[in-house]
Design a protein around this ligand. Structure first.
Ligand SMILES: CC(C)(COP(=O)(O)OP(=O)(O)OC[C@H]1O[C@@H](n2cnc3c(N)ncnc32)[C@H](O)[C@@H]1OP(=O)(O)O)[C@@H](O)C(=O)NCCC(=O)NCCS
Length: 86
């Protein structure tokens, strides 16, 4: 019960307007209020935009699963595990 998993996705036409940041702040406040002690997520290693957002919100990378995703073009992508201690 002390762990919460979070994810966020915004329609592309609304990227870069601060909505991802606002949603993450809202989820953090909601989680704290409901007793969570840490937030956890995973993200594709090539998703620099999302990783940048998560780092600015206080998440740190704690693990990396190689070749977690097999892409349509046959290439692989790693998965990064991140955590934010509340
Ligand atoms: C990742 C995502 C949630 C970000 O949402 P958003 O509303 O665009 O985020 P914000 O506008 O709050 O912040 C975007 C930040 O990304 C940064 N950024 C923009 N382009 C970037 C790039 N190419 N590389 C790294 N960082 C970038 C900017 O610094 C911006 O911060 P700023 O507003 O302080 O300048 C959104 O792009 C999305 O829904 N993507 C598709 C789904 C997804 O990937 N979800 C995460 C899966 S784990």
């Amino acid at each position: 019960r002390h762990r919460a998993t979070v994810s966020v996705a915004i329609k592309k036409e609304f990227w870069g307007m601060g909505l991802g940041t606002a949603l993450m702040q809202g989820m953090t406040a909601f989680s704290e209020k409901n007793g969570a002690k840490q937030l956890e997520l995973t993200v594709m290693s090539e998703n620099k935009r999302a990783i940048s957002l998560y780092e600015r919100q206080g998440f740190i990378a704690v693990g990396r699963m190689p070749n977690a995703y097999l892409m349509k073009d046959g290439s692989f992508c790693d998965e990064i595990s991140m955590v934010k201690i509340l």
